[in-house]
Design a protein around this ligand. Sequence first.
Ligand SMILES: Cc1cc2nc3c(=O)[nH]c(=O)nc-3n(C[C@H](O)[C@H](O)[C@H](O)COP(=O)(O)OP(=O)(O)OC[C@H]3O[C@@H](n4cnc5c(N)ncnc54)[C@H](O)[C@@H]3O)c2cc1C
Length: 391
Amino acid sequence: MYDIIVSGAGPAGSYSACLCAKSGLRTLLLERSILPRKKCCAGGVLERAVRLLDLDLDANVIERELKGFHFVREGRQYQCKNACRLAVTVRREVFDADLVRKAEAAGADFMQETEAVMIGEASDRVKVVTSRGDFDSRFVFIAEGANSRNAKILLGSFPEGGMGLGVAAEIQTIEDPGESAGIHLFGSGKALPFRRGFPMTGATFPLRSSVMASAVAAGKDTLNLNLALASMKRDVSEKLGVVKMHDPCFHSVPLAPRTRLATRRVLAIGDSAGFISPFSGEGLTYALTSAVIAAKVIATQSQLDGNISLRDYEVQCRRQIISRMRAARLIGPILHWVVGNFDSDRVLGNFTKDPKAIDLCARLARGSMSMRDFAFKGVPRIPYLILSSTE
Ligand SMILES: Cc1cc2nc3c(=O)[nH]c(=O)nc-3n(C[C@H](O)[C@H](O)[C@H](O)COP(=O)(O)OP(=O)(O)OC[C@H]3O[C@@H](n4cnc5c(N)ncnc54)[C@H](O)[C@@H]3O)c2cc1C
């Protein structure tokens, strides 16, 4: 009988297992693949996500430390520099495997090539039927990513329109790829894109000798994602020269949280809960935030004999994650609309010369400012970006 079984050894699953084991709970972490397993991702870890990790990543995990970012719009690049580290880049198979090792070192049992086939809840325990036998536990975390069948069965489907698609491809470059992340503004158009909710945004993240290009969009439109990828390859080629682009991968991306996040003994974390930023498609901050919340709630609940409830998990997620997702859903389309409706060259050119605007973005990436404060402080700067002369 375990205290907690975690199904899925992505960052949300491994880190929550690590924290539960550290707090003395008997913890089992299950993963259906063999590690290191491939994960379709651009590998950008914002500083605010790094700061959530109460552990030191192995030296080989970090590919690059990023201190700057640049916008790319219709082939033109607008560079913004910052003095502090804004993000690191990783190869997800290396990062994820390192987090599993940390969970094992903290005392969690780990079984790979073990799929959680069914999760059945009784009043006093949860039974997890796996491809390698059945296990009982007091609580279960579902951390199986966006396509989790168990989360769908126990917690219901994502809300209508709550699923999008992402693409990622590695581009080997001739020149050193540098230390700046590219933000490619594909979704900036004339109409306020509130209804679509998720204007397509691309990102290019430098690794040691290559660049990971990625784009996320609402719906399942692979054609537009492929066009975005081709456009990012052109931009990278102009700046750095390209040796080759590897085959792209596609993966589902949840764009809205599940209405229900927990039953009495089972809860969903990370992508399985639908926690992705509708501003950028970034998911690691919320995967790790939900892992931290879940581990804290279980540490308290596992002390109780009767009256257990995971309601506090839902309350904390609404406060710390879903409110921020809502703010991002509002501010993202506004920023895209400004770029799409005014002289984008002037707006983005002015942005690169506005230390306050760059500082706001840096503070958002570093986690020292909430999305709500970013909106309050960022929106008043928009007239300056639109109206100032670029001279
Ligand atoms: C193209 C693309 C690019 C992205 N780029 C970024 C980025 O640069 N930065 C960022 O922050 N986010 C990015 N994201 C989002 C990020 O990848 C996810 O938010 C993050 O991986 C979520 O972590 P997770 O642990 O919840 O799930 P996952 O990382 O998906 O892990 C789930 C794990 O569960 C396992 N599993 C599934 N079902 C079972 C089962 N039944 N039993 C046992 N194991 C199971 C899977 O094999 C997998 O290992 C990107 C997403 C996409 C699609």
